[in-house]
Ligand binder design. Structure first.
Ligand SMILES: Nc1nc2c(ncn2[C@@H]2O[C@H](COP(=O)(O)OP(=O)(O)OP(=O)(O)O)[C@@H](O)[C@H]2O)c(=O)[nH]1
Ligand SMILES: [Zn+2]
Length: 301
């Protein structure tokens, strides 16, 4: 009960009501204090917590530190980097899906990066160019060539928690397995062979990677994320970070940046400063956001 004995750590895994907390290299198997349930909060992987030790390598999660952000699916807190994975081909990249994921990341105060996979199947420049124009870090990798992988490793090991997302089949599992030998995630081929359903894993785990952590969440999709992370139309332009420097100059306050005369964002699109593909995604998402009902927003308050 003595708070002085409490030790601080990070929840790296949650399963079956147990939380595994890494505190200065010791892994504590913990239960959560009952009060959390009463308050309707549950500890999440990625939470910084204090542990009240209770026997060797066992303890109780006593306090959850304030979160930078929290995702519902996958259940994960304090994510710093969101790596959106897209392949050059097989499947062809879907920029709308990529932009939805990136907007959700911005909305959650998570830095997006793009990882372009399967560069052995075609040139990554067209896709990479869209996101470089938007000022985002882009990493290009392929089965055959390890150079892009090393640059990505450097970024991930610099610190913070990185989560990966992207459409099914883009090569997320293959990428994670190659990034870190400890991860042996079933890739498309193997899980098909085993005949197991896809996207069944709900188990999230953080792996230390240099000074950072990688969240092993291969099974979560754009569709799922969207269901839980709603962006209002008024907030949307703010989630397309490269629009910000132009939108201040729009003629009308409350400009939707879709059709208005005197819209500085549209002007930037015409001038090649904002990529048309990003703006096209914005317009689709804006139309969708207009249809969001108030009751849907209440669920996400
Ligand atoms: N040509 C090529 N194929 C790749 C590459 N990376 C992965 N693949 C193949 O792409 C397919 C899908 O890879 P996965 O790693 O299972 O993809 P995933 O994104 O994890 O898929 P889900 O589990 O459905 O989310 C597999 O057949 C891989 O062998 C690559 O760099 N080049
Ligand atoms: Zn505008």
């Amino acid at each position: 009960m003595n708070a002085m004995n409490d030790t601080e750590g990070l929840i790296v895994k949650a399963t079956g009501g147990f939380y595994y907390v890494d505190a200065a290299g010791v892994l504590y198997e913990c239960r959560a204090r009952g009060v959390f349930r009463k308050q309707g909060v549950s500890p999440l992987v990625g939470d910084r917590v204090t542990v009240e030790p209770a026997g060797e390598s066992k303890g109780v999660v006593a306090k959850i530190m304030p979160r930078k952000n929290a995702l519902v699916r996958p259940p994960l807190a304090n994510v710093d980097t969101f790596a959106v994975v897209a392949s050059v081909a097989d499947p062809a990249p879907n920029t709308l899906v990529i932009d939805k994921l990136m907007a959700i990341a911005c909305h959650k105060n998570i830095s997006p990066i793009l990882v372009v996979t399967k560069c052995d199947l075609g040139g990554p420049d067209a896709l990479a160019g869209i996101y470089r124009t938007a000022g985002m870090p882009v990493f290009t990798v392929s089965k055959a060539d390890g150079s892009g992988l090393d640059t990505l490793r450097q970024r991930l090991s610099a610190g913070g928690i990185t989560a990966f997302s992207g459409n099914s089949g883009v090569g997320k599992s293959s990428l994670l397995n190659r990034l870190d030998g400890r991860l042996s995630i079933a890739t498309g081929e193997t899980s098909r062979k085993l005949g197991r359903g896809r996207h069944t894993t709900r188990h999230v785990e953080l792996y230390a990677f240099g000074d950072g952590y990688i969240a092993d969440t291969p099974g979560f999709s754009a569709v799922e994320l969207e269901r839980y992370e709603v962006i209002r139309k008024e907030e949307l332009a703010g989630c397309f970070s490269e629009f910000a420097q132009y939108s201040k100059a729009c003629k009308f306050t409350g400009c939707s940046h879709t059709v208005e005369k005197g819209c500085a964002v549209l002007e930037a699109v015409r001038a090649g400063l904002v990529h048309p593909s990003r703006h096209a995604s914005y317009c689709v998402m804006y139309e969708d956001a207009k249809k969001i009902k108030e009751w849907e927003l209440k669920d996400h308050a």
